[in-house]
Design a protein. Structure first.
Length: 806
């Protein structure tokens, strides 16, 4: 690998705004100021110090390993031609395990070279056995195409790698089935195309030696549960043809990857987690915007007629967008090439516009060196952007994650991350954009006004220590299991042995399919009774999907699953699709479609619902004296009743508008805890404050669950009450927002003590007095964040934690 030698490029003056203007800059910038110095200047600019932690992630030299003795010379030579001189230790370890026939998951950092870990055993086997085949699964077509290029570039005789997905021309499909020995596809194609057509694939499946599952952490929640059964169906077809392939999985770093991979495949999987690839050093700062004084409305740039929501008399922090814009302006003024990651496109534009304005105020014209990156750029436009950044004409870029899709930016001096991107994997992926060869870089995570962000900036060990966030899925979800068993029955009649393969709940699901008339039991097994195949969408999550249609053109933009449609597509909702913003005119639930038009308002919308919940059954519980912790099935009735409009730049509430939508029923899985009224009284919680205490604890607990499981706070719901009819006690419920559950509540139950301790700490450590969006307020609260009692929420959680065993 070569890199541009920046040290020989002509340098533009640094730290000297007057002499630096767009017109005179033609050569590439030299190295920026040392990250530690840069950070010192950035944090010295405001009144207080916003930095809560600085982690120096040292550079690491790679640990190479010898080529495995079984890797043929031809393969080693091919890799060497592609500049892979030797494998890193973790690659060799995983490859050796897989070659010995052990199922293995390699879970290491971004760009640690996970692909070599499966390419080595897979390709060595294809070279040694001219009949063997390999099936590679990626979550996206783009990644499969990438891998195809990498494997094809090795130019190995007789492998004939090929992508087989929805875009593959009909004419090529038969050739691929017959002749390719390395087929790259995705779970949807496996589900819709390959498994139903298994007769045509029998030659390929009979000789299948390896199944590679790349980016396996993306198979989570309901989608992951579906994929788990698609893989069981694959194993079943292979077994019918006499093949028992070895599974090799690649994952982002996560908590307990072996368990997650085992659930996904249904097989015992060994994990390799020690990353031995080299990396550059990064100075990583955690940044918490300051709390604004409660009466800061006067300094707000919002016009006076747009008044705030008077229900919200709580304190707020300075918005992460404004803070990021200031940081971007400051780093650009220092001559530092900086990329800011912002969650939404509108947010990226706000950051870029504010940074440009600040720079132009300092030095007219300097603002031209900052741009926003929009999704949907043409290839040439992306190349132009890369060129401008490389040469230093452009110094600052604000972008959404869409950047990952097309622009090849390397060697930035600093990366600003506006808000925790949801998972550690994404965080490191974004931070990994910083650092030219051999040079130290700066990364800054700017916390949003959100309990999880707040927790993370005060608990750096959750970011830099051992990961706890696990990929969860629940293959036993009956709403997933039954349709998957139906698909399996079409592919071949189900036998008692299959019930073992499909695992917990399979017998009950088969009985229900028989009762519903979908399966017929015969002496040789259970048979599918209908002429048509069942229609099962791996990514559909309960309820018929709602089509999103642009009214002016009739164009179908996409679909939203029924469960989320009331939240995302209510009239007036701002709906984002591939970075473009639309506003919903009409939601027609009878026809299953929403009519939208393009519009980019300055606000985002946040739907609120009201919820009722009843307990159906208890699966498991812990009796901890005055405290009870439960996992079980619940029925949730909810109705989206209104939505808030919030100004994007400031997060300020513009207004709350009513909605008229029907109620919905959801049978799902919940975790809940109860406390005795006596224990609350003893802890000093007055009876009148119990509702606010539980409500505040519930909000924060939902906000912190993504720390334990890769979920979004929108995947989960909650309910708290001073006395619940089914538990007859003060209770806090947290439930999966998907029919049948998705594994989130179960993970919460399994890690209850750690989860609620983090929740307690997040509330206690928040600097506000009465509660704010960083701790106990929730943007989706159906009750307008009322009542909430921050100090009593801490008392509630202390009672739970004192009694609950670890
Ligand atoms: Zn707070
Ligand atoms: Zn609430």
């Amino acid at each position: 690998m070569t890199s541009d030698d920046f040290s020989s490029a002509r340098r533009t003056p640094r730290h000297d705004l007057e002499s630096s203007s767009a017109a005179t800059v033609s050569a590439g910038p030299g190295p920026g100021p040392a990250p530690a110095d840069l950070l010192r200047r950035l944090r010295a600019r405001g009144a207080g110090d916003p930095v809560t932690h600085v982690e120096r992630v040292p550079a690491r030299a790679g640990v190479p390993a010898p080529w495995p003795s079984w890797a043929p010379e031809e393969l080693r030579a091919a890799f060497t031609r592609r500049a892979v001189v030797a494998p890193w230790q973790h690659q060799a370890e995983a490859a050796n395990l897989a070659y010995e026939g052990r199922h293995v998951v390699v879970a290491t950092g971004t760009a640690s070279g996970k692909s070599l870990a499966y390419q080595l055993p897979a390709l060595a086997t294809l070279l040694a056995d001219p009949r063997a085949t390999v099936l590679y699964l990626a979550p996206t077509k783009a990644l499969a195409a990438d891998q195809l290029r990498a494997v094809a570039a090795l130019e190995l005789e007789g492998v004939r790698p090929a992508c087989y997905d929805g875009d593959t021309p009909r004419a090529e499909r038969e050739w691929i089935r017959r002749h390719s020995r390395f087929v790259l596809t995705n779970p949807d194609m496996l589900h819709h195309g390959i498994l139903p057509g298994h007769a045509q694939w029998s030659g390929f499946l009979r000789r299948l030696a390896y199944v590679v599952i790349d980016e396996c952490h993306t198979y989570r929640g309901v989608f992951g549960s579906h994929v788990a059964h698609v893989l069981r169906r694959l194993r079943r077809q292979c077994a019918r043809f006499g093949a028992t392939p070895v599974f090799v999985l690649a994952s982002a770093t996560s908590g307990d990857p072996a368990t997650a991979a085992g659930r996904l495949t249904g097989l015992p999987v060994t994990a390799v987690t020690e990353d031995s690839s080299p990396r550059g050093g990064v100075t990583f700062a955690l940044w918490e915007p300051p709390l604004l004084p409660p009466d800061s409305g006067a300094s707000s740039p919002v016009p006076p007629q747009a008044t705030g929501d008077h229900d919200d008399l709580h304190q707020v922090r300075r918005s992460a967008l404004r803070e990021t814009a200031d940081l971007l302006a400051d780093t650009v003024a220092e001559g530092v090439r900086t990329l800011a990651f912002v969650r939404s496109r509108k947010g990226a534009e706000v950051v870029a516009a504010n940074a440009r304005r600040a720079l132009d105020d300092a030095v007219p014209g300097l603002g031209d060196r900052v741009a926003a990156y929009r999704g949907g750029y043409l290839r040439e436009e992306r190349r132009e952007l890369e060129r401008a950044l490389l040469h230093g004409d452009l110094l600052g870029l604000a972008s959404t994650n869409a950047l990952e899709l097309g622009v090849d930016l390397v060697g930035l001096d600093a990366v600003l991350i506006c808000g925790y991107p949801g998972t550690r994997a994404s965080l490191w992926q974004q931070a990994g954009r910083a650092g030219r060869s051999g040079q130290e870089a700066l990364a800054v995570l700017v916390a949003r006004d959100d309990p999880l962000d707040t927790y993370l900036v005060h608990h750096p060990e959750a970011i830099f220590g051992a990961p706890v966030e696990a990929t969860v899925l629940d293959p036993a979800n009956p709403y997933v299991l039954a349709p998957q068993l139906a698909c399996a029955a079409v592919e071949a009649p189900l036998t008692p042995a299959d019930l073992v393969l499909f695992g917990e709940g399979a017998k009950e699901a088969v009985d229900e399919l028989v009762a519903a008339g979908a399966l017929r039991q015969r002496p040789t097994g259970w048979y599918w009774r209908h002429r048509e195949r069942p229609e099962v969408d791996l990514r559909g999550e309960g309820g018929a999907p709602v089509a999103v249609v642009e009214s002016s053109t009739g164009r179908l933009l996409g679909t939203v699953d029924g469960g989320s449609s009331h939240f995302l597509l209510h009239p007036g909702a701002v709906y984002l699709h591939q970075g473009v913003s639309y506003v919903v005119d009409q939601l027609d639930l009878a026809d299953g479609c929403a009519l939208v038009h393009t519009e980019e308002p300055d606000w985002s919308t946040h739907a609120r619902d009201v919820t009722d919940l009843s307990v159906v059954s208890v699966r498991s519980y812990v009796d901890a004296g005055p405290v009870g912790m439960f996992l079980g099935e619940v029925d949730v009735t909810s109705q989206v009743v209104s939505y808030q409009r919030r100004r994007i730049a400031t997060g300020e509430v513009i207004d709350t508008r009513p909605l008229d939508l029907p109620t919905r029923e959801l049978r799902t899985v919940a975790v809940w805890f109860t406390l005795s009224p006596q224990s609350l009284a003893l802890a000093g919680v007055q009876p009148a404050d119990v509702p606010g205490a539980l409500h505040a604890a519930e909000h924060a607990a939902i906000g912190l669950l993504p720390l334990m499981a890769t979920c979004d706070r929108w995947d989960i719901g909650g309910l708290s009450t001073a006395v619940h009819a089914d538990t007859e006690a003060p209770t806090v419920f947290v439930y999966d927002g998907h029919p049948g559950g998705a594994g989130f509540a179960e993970r919460a139950y399994g890690t209850a003590a750690a989860w609620l301790r983090a929740t307690r700490d997040a509330i206690a450590e928040c600097g506000c007095e009465t509660g704010c969006p960083s701790c106990v307020q929730s943007p989706k609260c159906g009750n307008g964040n009322n009542p909430l009692s921050k100090p009593d929420a801490i008392r509630v959680l202390d009672v739970v934690l004192t009694n609950l065993p670890d």
